[in-house]
Write a protein that binds this ligand. Sequence first.
Ligand code: PHE
Length: 460
Amino acid sequence: MSDFDSKSQVQTSGRDSFASSFGVIAAAAGSAIGLGNIWKFPYITGMNGGSAFIIVYLVCIAVIGFPVMLSEFMIGRKAERNAIGSFKKLSPGTPWFLTGWMGFLAAFMILSFYGVVAGWSLNYVFQAMTGSLSGLNPQQMGDFFGGFITGTISPIIWQTIFMALTGYIVYAGIKNGIEKWSKILMPLLLLLIIVLDVRALTLPGAGAGVEFLFKPDFSALTASGVLVALGHAFFSLSLGMGTMITYGSYISKKENLGKVAMQVTIADTVIALLAGLAIFPAVFAFGIEPGAGPSLVFITIPNIFNMMPGGMIWSTLFFVLLSLAALTSAISILEVVVAYLVEEVKMSRHKGTIIATVSITLIGYLCSLSMGSTFDTLFFGKNFFDLMDWTSANVLLPLGGLFITLYVGWVWGPKTTLTELSNNGELSISYLGVLMFLCKFLAPLAIAIVFLNGIGILSF
Ligand code: PHE
């Protein structure tokens, strides 16, 4: 209780923190809800056959995603440090801090390509608003997207604008930057997605899209689809790289962490489903192939909007939604790096933010250039963009998640976990037994299987 005055329930360490319960939820849900929900989830669902894939994804979220998120929150809040510093403080002299380092590396890799895709989205807001996407036929829409992302200067400029916005928010700190902006942007995001859902669901022929999402057809599900679902659960909930450890370290000691983790998990899942409900009814109403892959939102979606009255407005709203979702996630990735630089390297927040933002943006340039012919070097058969994406999602996040659950399951065990989870005995926790079973056995085993498959040692 050294840093914490139990009577006034105020943190006295002088460390910046979230000021309200709504701020905690908005920031953590803001991190979870991102390109993963609106760009990746619909296209991997489309590629893996729809509803049956969604059912498996929901199981992964519940039995693996939730315990990993709760573990990250507990570790961060107990230590009140960044991802690397947390392990150093809680288990000094042991190699556990390497888990934090892996997260640090994953943050660099993810944000470098994430910023590129978010830059594409910003450009599409501009293009949709100025009407340049209207009137293009499907072929021209595909050529437009291909021409843009393989270009040299334009995608880099949009990526730089996006990264500057991300840096601007993180620069202002937790309360006055991350929390303040999440509280504004997240309700806006919810409103936008509901408007888009109402539009899509009232299209004639929308029912086929709803059926595709909710009527289970297990014959369409493959074993590799199951593993894609598990990997995506990590990415979508921002797990395995210390984002939620870092955010957890800013959560008050009186907050009910189980409740927070539950609310964030549900919010992330609901928004992914709402994104699917905005996209697939429109895809089916216009007779378009649902398995278009990564270009689904950049080619298929603007094509669909072009066939509707007022298409320009709907396209603009959609890409504003995608950009906002990306922004509240990008700040949480940048914060992993900045918190480390501030607390372990003792830089000022301003200097740390500038150094982190500039260096990640520069690595991002390589990702962007690798889409075209300027820098199309292949590493292990992948261009630089795909290398960053593949290594972080298939190697670093699952490994990070594995170590985090093992840490809580085996190093902490039920006693320490209960103390942290119950706020030192103030809350009664009925699910401790289930949580310990998940952290000790089920989650690590399932994650190990995804990991071995991801790196190609086990193949399904
Ligand atoms: N969860 C974010 C999304 O769905 C991405 C992310 C991954 C953010 C890892 C933080 C850490 O877009």
